[in-house]
Design a protein around this ligand. Structure first.
Ligand code: SF4
Length: 161
């Protein structure tokens, strides 16, 4: 079995990359606007000072968001645990790597879940091949994206149990 990175987010090992990198638009899911690349005003260090109150202040979108472990992997494996808060010059590269890695972590999650689908041999081989590929890359590629879409299409065509 392929050695996989941790696909569960661990904010304690991350430099709050989602709370800095993502655009927040005031609306049903968020109570304020924030441009991409700007630290959220609710950050204290790398943690959210309103974490327990996200629903009541109208930030359900923060509760829904899940980086699938990409944030801590970028922080720890690409930047050795360093943070843009200590060295602001790191921020563009940290956000770039986070944006590049997150789709791969989401794919790996889908592929891991598919393990329980009792796939035909050829699809199971494809699943494992795609997992190996996702695990060794740091950013998406057009080939990987196309292969993943092909895999999903094949999954959708399986007879329902
Ligand atoms: S409100 Fe909290 S969880 Fe949401 S972006 Fe700001 S710091 Fe992050």
């Amino acid at each position: 079995m392929t050695d996989l990175p941790d696909l569960n987010s661990d904010c304690s090992q991350c430099a709050a990359l989602c709370c800095v990198g993502l655009t927040i638009d005031k609306g049903d899911l968020f109570s304020f606007d924030k441009p991409a690349g700007t630290p959220c005003p609710n950050l204290t260090g790398h943690l959210c000072r309103v974490h327990e109150d996200l629903e009541t202040i109208g930030n359900h979108g923060c509760v829904l968001y899940d980086c699938a472990g990409a944030g801590q992997r970028v922080t720890q494996m690409r930047f050795n645990g360093e943070s843009w808060q200590d060295d602001p010059t790191l921020l563009p590269a940290m956000l770039r790597d986070f944006a590049a890695l997150k789709p791969l972590h989401e794919r790996m999650r889908h592929l891991v879940e598919a393990e329980h689908m009792n796939l035909p041999d050829t699809l199971e081989t494809d699943r494992q091949r795609l997992l190996r590929k996702c695990a060794r890359l740091w950013s998406d590629t057009p080939t990987l994206r196309a292969d993943f879409e092909t895999f999903l299409t094949a999954l959708a065509q399986l007879p329902r149990a």
